[in-house]
Design a protein around this ligand. Structure first.
Ligand SMILES: [Zn+2]
Length: 314
């Protein structure tokens, strides 16, 4: 665990929106990178305009051997096609239970999005199937202007826990060093979170001896470079933690189903927006903030939601 002072975090605002009759929950997180000494000279910083991307996770094509996941993915793809965003990140569990024929179903629908889509495998995506149907080089880097997305496979079909192998940790270190040299910032995509999310959370994470300890060391080393860890896996809507500042750790909602585990009522650490319908997330990345808009599908009734603003930790 790190012991950085949490005061560099500021949750700027959150509000509920109506977007074309669909309810959305918006949350802005503000790591105060601009005020940190290591980034003190603005003249040395390249121009970094806010970047908009779309994030999806846990499509689980073939779920329970039924058609519902395909229909849901189709509706999601149509919404993603219309939404603003330079690219789409898919944070794993593309298919359900390693059902190989479902990758073709996924790909055929993905074509309709009309934007680049970059996936990582989840525990339901055996690495060899993912490599065959999605991308041969599983661990990869995607660049978008001043952001470098470092995408890795950190899950195994036989476990809900995650891992990072020593060579992957070395590779993360190298990518962060290279990004810093290129004056870029990094977002790391891992299906399974690193955060030790104890009860009442699911408790699925990268255990200390499976790479968590080293990963947090690397996040401390590259604290001026790594903005956030993006995860899927939890099916808990938008769930995040801010106790390893200045790096944010966020589990994104499933496009298929989400569950309300009553984390707010149980005062679990971090935040969990009060929206649990299937959906995707619009993310605006700026050097000083990450803004999330959780966009549920099929929310024509437009019920507004309000989430508590996590207090500034001082
Ligand atoms: Zn998963």
């Amino acid at each position: 665990m790190l012991d950085h002072p949490p005061s560099q975090f500021r949750f700027a605002r959150r509000r509920c929106l109506q977007l074309t009759g669909v309810a959305a929950v918006e949350l802005t997180l503000g790591p105060r990178f601009l005020s940190r000494p290591s980034r003190a000279n603005p003249l040395e910083r390249p121009e970094r305009r806010p970047l908009e991307i779309l994030v999806i996770s846990d499509t689980h094509l073939g779920y329970k051997g039924q058609e519902s996941a395909r229909r849901q993915w189709q509706a999601t793809a149509e919404a993603l096609a219309k939404a603003p965003g330079a690219l789409v990140l898919h944070l794993g569990d593309v298919v359900d239970g390693g059902r190989e024929p479902q990758y073709a179903v996924y790909q055929e629908i993905r074509e309709r999005i009309g934007k680049p889509v970059h996936e990582i495998p989840g525990n339901h995506d055996p690495a060899e199937l993912f490599a065959r149907h999605i991308r041969p080089a599983i661990d990869t880097v995607v660049e978008l202007e001043w952001i470098r997305f470092v995408l890795l496979n950190n899950s195994k079909p036989e476990s809900h826990d995650g891992f990072l192998a020593p060579r992957q940790l070395e590779w993360i270190d190298e990518q962060c060093l290279a990004a810093a040299r290129d004056k870029k910032l990094v977002v790391i995509g891992l299906h399974v979170p690193a955060h030790r999310n104890a009860h009442p959370d699911r408790g699925w994470f990268i255990k200390p001896t499976d790479g968590q300890t080293r990963l947090y060391e690397l996040l401390a080393k590259h604290r001026d470079t790594v903005l956030a860890l993006f995860h899927g896996h939890f099916h808990n809507g938008l769930r995040g933690w801010d106790d390893h500042p200045p790096c944010h750790e966020i589990c994104f909602p499933s496009a298929l189903y989400n569950q309300d585990r009553k984390l707010r009522e149980q005062q679990a650490p971090g935040y969990n927006l009060p929206e649990f319908r299937p959906g995707f997330t619009r993310v605006t990345i700026a050097p000083e903030s990450l803004r999330f808009v959780y966009q549920p599908l099929g929310g024509a009734e437009g019920v507004p939601h309000t989430a508590p603003i996590p207090r500034t930790a001082t």
